[in-house]
Write a protein that binds this ligand. Sequence first.
Ligand SMILES: [Cu+2]
Length: 160
Amino acid sequence: MIVSAWSIGSCCRQISIVLRSGIFAVGIGFGPALGAGSGSLHVLDAWVPAADAQGLDVPLLMTVENDANEPDVLLRVNCPFANFAEKHTVDRGEGTPAMRAIRSIPVPANKAVVLKPDGYHVMLLQTRQALNDGETLVCTIVFEKAGTLETEVHVTRSPR
Ligand SMILES: [Cu+2]
């Protein structure tokens, strides 16, 4: 199951490469169904760690690829399997690195932002169900310019 989940991820990547090279007919047909996004902003490889219980806080990790010449901003996330979602950054000062909630996650122009536990990420709070390894869920992500994108989220015990 994990293998097929990650092969979907690399499939998305191929599609966005196709989009960039200008063969639009192929990309438009597959993009929305795979959660690859519309236009020049794509969400790739979204995943959450598996969890046996509900009521937990889990990170939602993904790559946001912005092919536009303008910066964008990740404003909100809604996942039906969690009560709340926060955007986090990690502060590194004198002591131990600490997470902090922020209003939005910047997505620079012509860049791919990799959300990760020790940098910008989304934290899902109070999960409403167990998250089973191999399962595929769906979340909605709202960007300031690109608008609302639906993306598949893979549950995995062993990320790459
Ligand atoms: Cu966090």
